[in-house]
Write a protein that binds this ligand. Structure first.
Ligand SMILES: [Zn+2]
Length: 356
């Protein structure tokens, strides 16, 4: 098994990580974070599972990391991303696992966000000889195919010299996440939720000569957790996309690096099937948000007076040990870690860290 240095993984090491996952039939969870508490919970969970992990920031998560009070919201999205990335660069190696740093959905309006992160990425590269982020994502799936691929090609040209990878989206992931996408209408025609393998072939032909990229192909996956409805997961779309490229370009098996969005609440057998078709990354956000908040809810319910009084008005008992935010935030972290234990298990990546 290839071995890598623990810490943030970029460039060739990132490609090694992706290749090992595909060859080994497992995938890495990509966890959305928005605070040092959630970042640290992800690192701790990865260390406990001896598994490598992907830490990712949406534009909203990055903004929250910088602080909702920052007047210039765009600047906050950029600097929050930089700040979180620096936090991970500094601490990840202490946890003894490999960590990929990634940004989540950037639609047309957020292309300037990605470009501003690349300005910082270029400065970081000059100083450290490696990029600030391992990869970024552009989600231009709501635009025309031509616009989508033109922009992805343009940005990838800028990223390739920094040894960065680009995740693109073809077909629409259902649901809404951080203001991107629409709430599901489960009675509507949902054919747009399924990517055409021909579109994936076109993306492969356009982007593979430029640099490394991965594809979030839609196979009925949805952001958020909804009541089971009429949207069926059809992972065979991933298999068919791989087969089409293999056949046209005489490549080795599974030439595409595939990403599974909306992993929360998905059926376990469909996850396993998708991973078998070359999915190396599964995004998981909603279930972890719930796990984090669920623990805080429990803590407050069990200690209601501590959230009303500093000292109990009847018994004079001081409640500092309970309302200290570290108490309930730690409970939240522990429950997030418990849910992540399950994710590493489901994705087959438990015990598979390449970090030596
Ligand atoms: Zn997504």
């Amino acid at each position: 098994m290839a071995q890598l240095k623990p810490g943030v993984v970029t460039g060739k090491d990132y490609l090694t990580l992706v290749a090992a996952a595909k060859a080994g039939g497992y995938a890495l969870p990509a966890v959305n974070v928005s605070s040092s508490s959630t970042v640290n919970a992800v690192l701790e969970a990865a260390a406990k599972n001896q598994a490598d992990v992907i830490v990712q920031l949406s534009n909203g998560g990055a903004q929250f990391y910088a602080g909702q009070g920052m007047k210039d919201g765009f600047k906050a999205k950029v600097l929050g991303g930089v700040s979180a990335a620096q936090h991970v660069h500094l601490l990840a190696e202490q946890y003894g696992v490999c960590v990929v740093l990634h940004t989540d959905h950037a639609n047309k309006g957020l292309i300037p966000w990605v470009e501003a992160l690349l300005d910082h990425g270029e400065a970081f590269f000059k100083q450290h000889g490696k990029p600030l982020f391992s990869s970024h994502m552009l989600d231009l799936s709501e635009e025309s195919m031509e616009f989508n691929l033109n922009e992805c090609a343009r940005i990838l040209k800028r990223m390739a010299p920094l040894n960065m990878s680009l995740e693109i989206e073809l077909g629409v992931t259902g649901g809404e996440e951080d203001g991107i996408g629409k709430e599901m209408d489960e009675s509507a025609d949902n054919s747009h939720l399924y990517t055409q393998p021909e579109d994936v072939l076109q993306a492969y032909e356009r982007l593979s000569p430029i640099g490394h990229f991965s594809v979030a192909a839609s196979f009925g996956n949805v952001h958020g957790v909804y009541k089971p409805g009429n949207v069926q997961l059809r992972p065979e779309i991933l298999k068919n996309s791989q087969a089409l490229i293999e056949q046209r370009h005489k490549t080795a098996a599974k030439p595409l690096n595939l990403v599974f969005h909306g992993g929360s609440g998905s059926e376990k057998d469909k996850i396993t099937e998708a991973v078998g078709y070359g999915v190396f990354k599964m995004n998981i956000d909603t279930d972890l948000q719930f796990a984090y908040s669920e623990a805080i809810g429990k803590f407050v319910t069990q200690n209601p007076k501590a959230f009303l009084y500093q000292v109990d008005p009847e018994t004079d008992k001081p409640y500092k040990k309970y309302y200290d935010p570290r108490k309930y935030l730690r409970a939240a972290e522990e429950n997030m870690i418990a849910r992540l234990n399950e994710a590493f298990q489901d994705l087959g990546s438990k015990g598979k860290s390449l970090a030596a």
